[in-house]
Design a binder for this molecule. Sequence first.
Ligand code: ATP
Length: 355
Amino acid sequence: MSSVSLREVRKKFGTVTAINGVSVEIADGEFVVLVGPSGCGKSTLLRIIAGLEDITSGEVVIGNKIVNDIKPKERDIAMVFQSYALYPHMSVAKNMSFSLSLSRTAKSVIDQKVNHAASILGLEDLLERFPKQLSGGQRQRVAMGRAIVRDPKAFLFDEPLSNLDAKLRVQMRTEIKELHQRLKTTTIYVTHDQIEAMTMADKIVVMRNGLVEQMGTPLDLYDKPDNTFVASFIGSPSMNFVTGVVRGGKKTTLVTADREELPLSQSAAAHNGREVIYGVRPQHLTPDRNGIKVKVVVIEPTGAETQIHAKLGTQSLVADFRDRVDVKPGDTIQLAPEVSSVHLFDKDTGKRLNA
Ligand code: ATP
């Protein structure tokens, strides 16, 4: 096991800057998730750590060693790909043991490592099968087994669950997390799925356009997003944003262009007269007879929750209720934002303001 540090890493592909100065410290044994929209540079960063891409400038450090010039094979890192990349003509046992036999490990040691990994992953009865005789989830487990037998300094996962159906994805998510709790191997995991990031990570790194927007624990990012990008990326359904002007006074409120008023905490009076973005999560809007009036547009029941899409004047809002509600499109309902959970952002920069 090992720590991994990226220091001011830059990567250009011709004129395209894929990574634009990224510094991240990953502690020994930590589970870090790189998350962000398509093209933000997540996979490139992972491939840089694995040594599959050279960097244009900066330093990659594994343990105490700068590895910029060290070949992938010698970095002692195991990567699990989205496509699993299993050898089709080899059995499960052979797929798992192949890298060890290349490094001339003794057969007795190989057998012991393969059996151990198979027992961790529940693959004992499948060792003689070939990849085409396995389900997607089983193939994914073999790909992980292949990584485990190498006992590497770190595991790198590149969107490993995106080929699985929704139910299996949730199951494998738990399995990978449990595996990490048992093995405590440093893990760097790439996904564009914020739920995967929230549920698995010790630390999330949110990326956009080759830069880190914010990093922190999942709940740090959820409770205190640094800007509107992180606020809208983390949390489901996405945070609501309403633009308006702060009006201080006996009661501090946000006044929208349609003259709608939303409550703010007294401390937000410090921004009196400022044009801001008011952020409130769908879960922090509750039905209340004294609340703001909104017009219901669409109702989406999911069984456990009901999501209501509504209009506040010309601006859109989503509310997420745990209880079932008896409303229909066109109804006017009243919602109260939980004032202590409201976020304020600068209108022009999108940066967080203290509310
Ligand atoms: P996705 O979620 O879609 O896989 P990503 O966040 O992993 O996206 P990367 O694959 O790291 O993004 O790509 C980052 C940027 O670098 C993109 O603009 C991409 O087009 C560019 N890029 C990646 N690899 C190459 C390459 N070999 N040559 C040129 N440009 C590349």
